[in-house]
Design a binder for this molecule. Structure first.
Ligand SMILES: Cc1cc2nc3c(=O)[nH]c(=O)nc-3n(C[C@H](O)[C@H](O)[C@H](O)COP(=O)(O)O)c2cc1C
Length: 278
């Protein structure tokens, strides 16, 4: 059956690197498919109000394009997310979109298990910063199955493939990976659970993976370094069970709020008239 690929393009530049990279990758997907492109920066995605109405059965009070995009992703066979690096991180619209995904905890559909390719473009070698990490944590929080995650370099629109055979070749390889059954392989020094090579040092040999939030240790043997990381049961997003537990915790906050709201209102009221809002 014909597949449907949905690509979130986080660049506002028409025919920019994110867009042509995505299209080139799809030329190498051997399965027959349709490609639906979403320029997320041109969609109206309002920031989450933090009201939790979505978790209490009330639905999200914001009226915009969020649900159209989320449903398109959920109805697809695979997703591609391509972001330019902006000041060493992904385009901020990605984070605004992710925050709105809180409502997926109580939606009738989910993105769990959906294959995804995460792509970053950056103008300067070594300056992609935490963009890749942002994309991968986005995908893991939503339970998606990361098939690959890569950074491509090119500053001007189109430069990602201008006289750059090796990036063209990498794009072709990614196309072959999207629907492949092969598991993603990680560098020896990366987190064995999620593949991230960004860790938080907790003192001694203890570390926490910044992307999947699991704990572990650094193990060295001569010149080689590897991470031993195990699933932390209190981790809030990594497995379906943990995400479900987190959803229940969030809902439990409602009764806690009802119990405490008089006292909290007294506390916050004492700050109400301070300062001037711009
Ligand atoms: C606001 C802004 C900030 C940027 N910051 C970085 C950066 O921190 N590191 C980097 O390597 N490139 C940076 N770039 C360059 C873009 O990441 C690069 O040109 C990318 O290929 C753009 O992709 P696009 O053509 O799909 O828009 C920045 C570009 C803009 C517009």
């Amino acid at each position: 059956m014909k597949k449907n690929i949905v690509a979130l393009i986080l660049s506002p530049r028409s025919s920019g690197n994110c867009e042509i990279l995505t299209k080139e990758i799809c030329r190498h997907v051997s399965e027959e498919h349709d490609l639906t492109l979403v320029r997320l920066t041109a969609k109206e995605i309002k920031p989450c109000k933090g009201c939790y109405a979505c978790l209490m059965g009330g639905g999200c009070p914001l009226d915009d394009d969020f649900m159209e995009v989320a449903e398109a992703m959920a109805n697809s066979d695979a997703v591609i997310i391509a972001t330019p690096t902006y000041f060493i991180g992904a385009n901020g619209v990605l984070k605004v979109f992710l925050d709105r995904c809180l409502q997926l905890f109580s939606a009738k559909f989910s993105l769990r298990g959906k294959p995804v390719l995460n792509l970053v473009t950056a103008g300067i070698k070594g300056e992609a910063g935490y963009s890749e990490m942002m994309l991968n944590s986005f995908s893991l929080i939503l339970g998606m199955k990361i098939k690959a995650s890569e950074v491509f370099y090119g500053a001007l629109p189109g430069e990602v493939f201008y006289e750059n055979e090796s990036q063209l070749k990498r794009a072709a390889d990614l196309g072959a990976k999207l629907f492949s059954d092969k598991e993603r392989s990680f560098a020896e020094w990366a987190c064995p659970l999620c593949g991230s090579d960004v860790i938080q040092l907790l003192g001694k040999k203890q570390i926490q993976c910044v992307v999947c939030r699991n704990y572990g240790e650094i193990v060295t043997d001569g010149d080689s370094l590897k991470l031993e990381v195990t699933i932390n049961p209190d981790n809030i997003f990594f497995t379906e069970e943990q995400a479900g537990r987190h959803g229940l915790w969030l809902q439990g906050m409602k009764s806690r709020f009802m119990k405490l709201r008089g006292k909290l209102a007294k506390l916050t009221g004492a700050y109400a008239d301070e300062g001037e809002w711009l």
